[in-house]
Each structure stands twice: as C-alpha cells, then as structure tokens.
Unconditional design. Sequence first.
Length: 153
Amino acid sequence: MKIATFNINNVNARLPNLIAWLKASKPDVVCLQELKAEQSNFPEEAFAKLGYNCAWVGQKSWNGVAILAKTREIVVIRRSLPGDASDKQARYLEAAVDGVIVVCLYAPNGNPQPGPKFEYKLAWMKRLHRHATKLLKSNVPIVLAGDFNVAPT
C-alpha cells in the first residue's frame, strides 16, 4: 500500500495542484493537513471523480485533516486526539483502511515560545504520545502520518 502525506495549506485553493499530484503519484492512501476548509466546504466530489473515498475534519480558516483512500473503504475511528474533551482544533483523524490504522495529524506549531501556544503544543504532543503508545500495543499495523511541526532545536 502506497501511503503519502501532504500539507496542502488550503485544499480548495490548491485543488488543481493536488489533483495533478494524485494523478502523477497514484498513492493508495493520502493524509492531508492544513485543509483550511470548513467541514461543509471540503471538495469531496473532486476526489470521488478520481476514485478516492474521503474522511475529513474541517475547520474554518485553520487546521483541518483528511484521509483519502483509492477504491478502499475508510472506517473512521476517531475525529480528535483523545485526552482533552475541550480541544476543538481539527488536528487529528484516525481510521482503518484495509486492516491498517492510519492516523493523519497536524501538530500545533507552538509559536511563540514561551507562551500559551507552546504550552498547548507540549500538552498535545504528550496526549499524542500516550495515545500512540496504546495504538502500538494493539499489534495492528499503524501509520502516523502528517505534519508534526517539529525542529531539532
């Protein structure tokens, strides 16, 4: 299974580029980040014409993640990262695709630091670590793909 990830930085504005890339690269599964599209404004029909099923979590102006699967069923497991019910940012989508758990994530960037955004990022990453540890213990194939927004220093 060919799985790819792509920070699209506005799925509707860059739809022609994305479609050209999908046709050229022919991935089986794609994880998209930074959709910058509300849930009702995701271009599902354009992907369906190419044979992709879609699952997504949209958010106006910011964030947003999606999983596309070519001729494969997507069974959504989670639409948010567990551990903080008050977190409404669209940064996490977990689904089963052909026996593989595919996680599409868009981690917070944390700028500026120090500050509330950096603290949110650290807390988000701790939640991700806890949940990923549980996923790994399931003994099912897992792919964590996306934009981790990390740097070496």
